[in-house]
Design a protein around this ligand. Structure first.
Ligand SMILES: [Zn+2]
Length: 303
C-alpha cells in the first residue's frame, strides 16, 4: 500500500523541523546538503527494510537500526543532486508495525522529504491502519485496489508500479492478490510503450527461496504478457543482489538499511540511474570498506 509524501518546500521543511524541536535530530550538515542543488530526473533512490522501532536506541543483530537509517539519510542529503523520487520498499517498522514505530520512522526520514517526493510501501513487518494513521495529511488517494492500494507513477524514462504484498503482519510470506494483479495487468496494458519497473516488498518465490511472494507464478505471467516490464525490485531477504529471471526481467534485491541476516552482507541504500534502454544500479554501503560498496552494475533492458 504505497503512500506518496510530496516534497516539502524549504519553508515547510524548516517549519516542521522547528516544531519537532530538540527531539528531532536535524543536524546542521543535513540542512546544508538539502537545499540549493539541482534535480537529476533520471535518478531514483531506494531504501528498504529499515525496521524502525519507537525507541531510537533499538538494536537488532548488533545494529542500531535508527542510526543506520539516519546515516543513509545523511548520505543522501549530501549527494550532489536531488533524485526524482525516493522509494522506501517496505518493512518500515521494526516487527509488527506499532504506531510509535511509524512516528520514529517519519522523524528519521524527515530530511529526505525536502529532497524529493517519497513513496512508501509496506512489508510483512508493517501494519496497514497504523501506517495510514501515521501520515494523515499525506495519505494520497491511491485506493486503486480495495485493501491493496497499488500505485503507478511516471519518471522520464520509465513507469513505476508500486505494489503492496503485505498479507499478514509478522508472517514471512506475502501476496499481491488477484485484484491487485488484475489492476497491474490493466495498467500495464494501457502503458505498453515505456519501460515498466515493478516494485514490491517480497521476492519471487523461485527455486531455493523459503519465503516470498505466494503468487509468484501469476507475477511471472505478467512478465511474459507485458514485454515492457524490464525489472522487478524487491527487498525482504535483506540480501543485496542483482540477477535475471528466465524471461529476461532483471531482479534487483535491495539491501536493508537496517540489519542483515547473514554476517558480511552489506546494508545501505541503492542509487538507480535510468538510461534510454537500461539502468545502472549502485550499492551505497554503510560500510565504505565493504567490497561491494560503490560497485555500479549496468543493466540492459530486454527487447
Ligand atoms: Zn525486512
Amino acid at each position: 500500500m504505497p503512500i506518496r509524501l510530496p516534497q516539502l518546500s524549504r519553508r515547510e521543511f524548516l517549519k516542521r523541523a522547528a516544531l519537532a524541536g530538540a527531539a528531532c535530530a536535524f543536524a546542521p550538515q543535513i540542512h546544508a546538503g538539502i537545499f540549493g542543488k539541482s534535480r537529476d530526473q533520471h535518478t531514483l533512490v531506494f531504501f528498504s527494510d529499515s525496521h524502525i522501532a519507537a525507541d531510537v536506541a533499538t538494536v537488532k543483530s548488533g545494529v542500531n537500526v535508527a542510526d543506520n537509517l539516519s546515516a543513509c539519510v545523511r548520505e543522501l542529503a549530501a549527494w550532489p543532486v536531488k533524485p526524482a523520487a525516493v522509494i522506501v520498499n517496505g518493512d518500515l517498522a521494526f516487527k509488527s508495525g506499532l504506531p510509535e514505530d511509524y512516528a520514529t520512522f517519519g522523524q528519521t526520514l524527515a530530511p529526505v522529504r525536502a529532497l524529493a517526493p517519497v513513496h512508501l510501501s509496506l512489508g510483512n513487518h508493517d501494519e496497514r491502519e497504523h501506517f495510514w494513521n501515521a501520515f494523515p495529511h499525506d495519505a494520497a488517494k491511491l485506493k486503486s485496489v480495495p485493501q491493496k492500494q497499488a500505485a503507478v507513477f511516471s519518471s522520464a524514462r520509465a513507469n513505476w508500479f508500486l505494489l503492496d504484498s503485505l498479507e499478514v503482519t509478522d508472517q514471512a510470506d506475502g501476496e499481491a492478490g488477484a485484484a491487485q494483479l488484475a489492476w497491474l495487468d490493466r495498467e500495464l496494458s494501457t502503458r505498453p510503450g515505456k519501460p515498466a519497473i515493478v516494485v514490491c516488498h517480497h521476492n519471487l518465490r523461485l527455486a531455493g527461496a523459503t519465503t516470498g511472494l505466494k503468487d509468484t507464478a501469476a507475477m511471472e505471467e505478467m512478465f511474459a504478457k507485458h514485454p515492457q516490464v524490464k525489472a522487478y525490485i524487491f527487498g525482504h531477504t535483506h540480501d543485496w543482489k542483482i540477477s535475471r529471471h528466465a524471461s529476461g526481467v532483471h531482479l534487483i534485491n535491495l539491501p536493508p538499511t537496517g540489519y542483515v541476516f547473514k554476517d558480511g552482507r552489506p546494508s545501505g541504500w541503492v542509487r538507480c540511474a535510468l538510461a534510454a534502454a537500461g539502468a545502472e544500479f549502485e550499492l551505497r554501503c554503510l560500510d565504505a570498506n565493504h567490497p561491494e560498496h560503490a560497485q555500479v552494475q549496468t543493466l540492459k533492458w530486454r527487447a
